[in-house]
Design a protein around this ligand. Structure first.
Ligand code: NAD
Length: 378
């Protein structure tokens, strides 16, 4: 008789828009994960989530035989003690829930942004370390096929010294998007286009550049949407190496034309990665100016085989896949707790710079919070 590897028992707290991607990943990785709970304070949300994935009672009983539904996540934790908890609730609730999950012994897959306050992110990093639990951040861009190979080559000097990077996130959302839930666009529970829609892009730039910021100068604006926080932000980071990195992040553009662009310039080549209207575009050039993109594509196709398309269309698959390995091997996930902490600092640094109208040193030395920005836009 062969030993069946034990599956990780996973619970999802928050059954809204992004939780669909989590469930799709869990279903695809059914050899390693078993969904045991859905928790949502809205009692109709778990049912609506399953229905949106075309999972009726019969199918649910078949693919999730142990699934239980909860309206109180603490009761869920105390009843089931899941191995992994995915937290997909409004961002202002991330800290309290992640803390509780780690303290009750679960590994955590935490959606971005990690927290809304510097000290809270630091506390999660510390709790995870002392409890020997993993935190995998929902920084999806790190998990898109090819990205890890490009990052590795940039980090190991294949492209030489990096001079600068640039990231654009034009992730348009109309007023209806913001009006669908009271938490969206508020300083307490969400932040604006930088904290919500751009934070994982900032994280990717740091990762690709294999660098850390030492200062930031930023400006934010509210141009088109009726929200408390910004719908547009621009900033320049000075990196430890001397490189510069600029960011434009906005939701004030067309909701029909989502666009994220990454550019890294190095002495021996350039990397351009883009996603526009769901279509990826890649261009990697070497020192001679030759387009060497296909090399990376073939490498990723060989590595990921028949999961390539799934990873490209649902990066949450990559997060769960990597997290199962991280738990098994006792290593950090690709997007670990430190990446969550650093990117929260980046955005809070931009907010502080905008508020104080000055360059801000990073890492932050105070306990900045999105709530510091209350009343910023009159
Ligand atoms: N990584 C990504 O690509 C990505 C994409 C979208 C959203 N997100 C992040 O995911 C999080 C959720 O976003 P969303 O768009 O799915 O939001 P949503 O509003 O669609 O869903 C949130 C869900 O949480 C539930 N909830 C609220 N308070 C709760 C509580 N106390 N206990 C249990 N459930 C509670 C709500 O009822 C709702 O069903 C946010 O932090 C967002 O930034 C990440």
């Amino acid at each position: 008789m062969t030993d069946q590897p034990t599956k990780l028992r996973v619970a999802v707290i928050g059954c809204g828009i992004v939780s669909k991607k989590h469930l799709r990943a869990i279903i695809k990785l059914e050899d390693r994960f078993e969904l045991v709970a859905l928790a949502d304070s809205n009692p109709s949300a778990p049912g609506a989530l399953l229905k949106s994935l075309k999972i009726d009672d019969a199918k649910s009983a078949k693919i999730f035989p142990k699934l239980k539904l909860f309206t109180d996540y603490i009761e869920m934790l105390e009843t089931l003690h899941p191995d992994v908890v995915a937290i997909t609730v409004p961002s202002g609730l991330h800290f309290q829930m992640a803390k509780r999950c780690l303290e009750s012994g679960s590994h955590v897959l935490l959606e971005k942004p990690m927290t809304m306050k510097v000290s809270e992110a630091k506390e999660l990093v510390d709790i995870a370390r002392s409890a020997d639990r993993r935190i995998a951040m929902g920084h999806i861009y790190r998990y898109i096929p090819l990205v890890a190979d490009i990052q590795n080559d940039l980090a190991t000097g294949v492209f030489g010294t990096i001079t600068h990077g640039s990231v654009i996130v034009r992730w348009g959302h109309d007023q209806k998007y913001y009006d669908q839930a009271a938490w969206r666009g508020t300083w307490q529970f969400d932040g604006g286009a930088l904290m919500n829609q751009s934070i994982h892009a900032i994280d990717l730039m740091y990762w690709l550049m294999n660098d850390a910021p030492i200062s930031v100068s930023g400006v934010i604006a509210r141009r088109s949407r009726d929200i408390e926080a910004e719908d547009l932000g621009m900033a320049v980071f000075e990196m430890r190496s001397g490189a510069l990195c600029q960011i434009e992040g906005t939701t004030a553009t067309s909701p029909k034309d989502h666009e994220a662009r990454f550019f890294v310039n190095a002495e021996k080549g350039q990397v351009r990665v883009a996603l526009r209207k769901g279509r990826p575009a890649l261009e990697i050039r070497n020192a001679a100016g030759r387009n060497i993109t296909m090399r990376y594509l073939f490498r990723a196709l060989i590595r990921y085989g028949n999961t390539f398309l799934t990873r490209a269309t649902n990066p949450h698959y990559g997060i769960y896949d990597d997290l199962s390995g991280a738990i098994r091997d006792g290593r950090n996930p690709i997007a670990d707790a430190a990446s969550g902490y650093q990117s929260v600092q980046a955005v809070l640094g931009i907010y502080a710079s905008a508020k104080l109208e000055q360059k801000i040193a990073l890492p932050l030395t105070g306990d900045e919070s999105t709530l510091d920005m209350t009343g910023f836009f009159k």
